[in-house]
Design a binder for this molecule. Structure first.
Ligand code: SF4
Ligand code: SF4
Length: 128
């Protein structure tokens, strides 16, 4: 059976949501957007990005609690919530409730996570 993989479409929303994330305080431009996010919606320190930005490196922290497939599913759920929030399609109260539920299960940054180890292509969704 093929190993599950996390599907990141490089929307960049997670890199625009780093406010309050302790491990990324030094990267916050002051508006919650990471100073390393390029105009092309890519990370300019991708190969050396912080651990919390790396889905694969974060998995061992929760591997005793869930399978890799379950972890990816939670991550993808987080991405969907984040995208809905950016597109103003989510009720604020439900958004908070859902995010808190996810945050109970996964490391903070991973819940509003970043580029997959296998992120395939440049961004395409930010203005959609
Ligand atoms: S992957 Fe991390 S370091 Fe890179 S742009 Fe996104 S938040 Fe910043
Ligand atoms: S990890 Fe999720 S929110 Fe971040 S760029 Fe990829 S798909 Fe978008």
């Amino acid at each position: 059976m093929a190993r599950p993989r996390f599907n990141c479409d490089c929307c960049g929303f997670c890199c625009r949501s780093i406010g309050g994330i302790q491990q990324l305080v030094q990267y916050d431009r002051g508006d919650g957007v990471c100073c390393h996010l390029t105009d092309a919606n890519l990370c300019d320190i991708y190969e050396s990005r912080p651990e919390v930005c790396n889905v694969e490196r974060m998995y061992p922290k929760v591997s005793a609690e869930m399978s890799r497939e379950e972890y990816y599913t939670l991550m993808e759920e987080s991405c969907k919530l984040l995208k809905d929030r950016f597109r103003n399609r989510l009720d604020a109260a439900k958004d908070r409730e859902d995010m808190l539920r996810l945050l109970r299960h996964v490391p903070p940054k991973a819940a509003i996570m970043l580029m997959s180890e296998n992120a395939p292509s440049p961004s395409r969704l930010f203005n959609t």
